[in-house]
Design a protein around this ligand. Structure first.
Ligand code: HBI
Length: 103
């Protein structure tokens, strides 16, 4: 059992990596006991919001790393976490950076 936990721990961001992510990822917050990156987006209308979601979907599938997200009319909320590791990994930071570059 210990081996599995160590493997999961190995992937999770270390404190210095979390601090770097905090300063790099403007607009994103680190939540839920430092296991999630979260950001809300507001667009002109639903069409703009959905277009953004379509672009994020393509980025996520290319990265094989997918958001937990919600959409309400012109608002999109994105939560990133690595389910396989039970917390934040570099995959979350990388995808957050790519998503930020879309807006
Ligand atoms: N997306 N956020 C997130 N976390 C994962 O662990 C994950 C994923 N997308 C695909 C994926 N894992 C696959 O590699 C399988 O592990 C399901």
């Amino acid at each position: 059992m210990l081996q599995v936990e160590e493997a999961e721990m190995a992937d999770k961001l270390k404190p210095d990596e979390l601090a770097a992510a905090r300063s790099k990822l403007r607009g994103w917050t680190i939540e839920n006991g430092e296991t999630q990156l979260k950001r809300s987006f507001k667009f002109k209308d639903f069409s703009e919001a959905f277009g953004f979601m379509s672009r994020v979907a393509l980025l996520a599938d290319k990265a094989d790393h997918h958001p937990d997200w919600s959409n309400s009319y012109n608002k999109v909320e994105i939560v990133l976490s690595t389910h396989d590791a039970g917390g934040l990994t570099q995959k979350d930071v990388d995808l957050a950076g790519k998503i930020s570059a879309l807006v």
